[in-house]
Design a protein around this ligand. Structure first.
Ligand SMILES: *Cc1c(COP(=O)(O)O)cnc(C)c1O
Length: 362
């Protein structure tokens, strides 16, 4: 059987080795006679699983002790509301930068809870670039500034961190664990786990301790970071199995991939292979400004919708799955997250060459 490469934007490919470990422990977790899915979240066994996962995440991401790590549910989209409900504690003001669909949703959701200003947007050029912003572009009395670090749908990412004055909050759903990140530059980071970390169902929040405990009075208990932090993410039943899976993924990053430095080198190699090919020919085109091209999500079009559709269909038959672009952008998108092997990207580039040769444009 030929290998299948899954380029899905999320839920997405997980490391084979992690899936094999999970399979071997699925029915009987390390001699306990139980599956992790069956365990009480208050049991000693599960407490060990969640503690190990948090410790690994702290080590891998070098998270300072002054930050809380929360394992939550509801996806990144729930954080679009939780964030303002927790952080609009001072002046009830926040500034948002819109660089794609998720940051736009975050901005629209936040507007329900305070004085939310659009500091900048890249919608004027279909989110193909990242605005260049300075301190003066943000309100000095904002409680926080929100950005989305990697724009999953458009295939762009921030190549710098803006000087904001106010704490910077970032959605890192589609780039978490892909390369080192200086956590201390942020007040808050959050990510849905299903892109680069675990199966769908887990959301990770990393938040500076001094920012929590000041939630708006009507903030639901389930969204209150302080309540979740005080209870070690066990205020209610957490997504136990996903936390276990995240722990396995983190162990794979540490032990097999050389941590985030190693991950970065591999991800750069994969992205370079694809972008260098894209830049070397004229059949396919990536619309984004070069310096902000994402190393996780690579978009391209042929310029002919019928050819794009044919490409995605034929790639699927060749074992290169889920290459159809997001419905709002069209064309193709190859998501090449941590678990996508270099061979998968090589196979994609070979397929692209073959398809171009076999389907000349009129
Ligand atoms: C996928 C994604 C989301 C949405 O995540 P859910 O967990 O489905 O709510 C938000 N932001 C970014 C950057 C994403 O890639």
């Amino acid at each position: 059987m030929n290998p299948v490469y899954n380029f899905s934007a999320g839920p997405s490919v997980l490391p084979k080795k992690v899936l094999q470990t999970a399979a071997s422990e699925l029915v009987d977790y390390r001699g306990s006679g139980m599956s992790v899915m069956e365990m009480s979240h208050r049991s000693a066994l599960f407490e060990e699983i969640i503690r190990t996962c948090e410790e690994s995440l702290r080590r891998v991401m070098k998270i300072p002790d002054s930050y809380k790590v929360l394992f939550l549910q509801g996806g990144a989209s729930t954080q679009f509301a939780a964030l303002p409900l927790n952080l609009l504690s001072g002046n009830r003001k926040a500034d948002y930068v819109v660089t794609g669909q998720f940051s736009k949703k975050a901005y629209q959701e936040a507007k329900k809870y305070g004085d939310i200003r659009l500091a900048a947007s890249s919608e004027d050029r279909n989110n193909t670039y990242i605005p260049r912003l300075e301190r003066k572009d943000f309100r000095p009395d904002a409680d926080y500034v929100h950005i989305c670090l990697n724009n999953t749908i458009y295939g762009t990412c921030w190549d710098y961190l803006p000087d904001t004055g106010a704490p910077l909050a970032a959605d890192i759903s589609s780039c978490i664990l892909s390369e080192p990140l200086d956590v201390s530059r942020f007040g808050l980071l959050y990510a849905g786990a299903q892109k680069n970390m675990a199966p769908a169902g887990l959301t990770v929040v990393i938040v500076r301790e001094d920012l929590i405990g000041k939630a708006l009075p009507y903030c639901p208990a389930m969204l209150d970071y302080k309540i979740m932090a005080d209870n070690g993410s066990l205020y209610n039943t957490p997504p136990c199995y996903c936390i276990y899976m995240a722990g396995l993924v983190l162990r794979w990053i540490e032990e097999d991939m050389g941590g985030l430095e190693g991950m970065k080198a591999r991800n750069e190699e994969k992205a370079a292979l694809l972008y260098e090919y894209l830049d070397s020919q004229e059949y396919y085109r990536n619309p984004n400004e070069k310096r902000v091209r994402s190393r996780m999500n690579v978009t391209f079009v042929t310029g002919d919708a019928a050819l794009d559709a044919k490409f995605a269909a034929e790639a699927g038959k060749a074992g290169l799955l889920n290459l159809k672009g997001h419905r709002s952008v069209g064309g193709m998108r190859a998501s090449i997250y941590n678990a996508m092997p270099l061979e998968g990207v090589r196979a994609l580039v070979e397929f692209m060459k073959r398809f171009a040769a076999e389907n000349p444009k009129k």
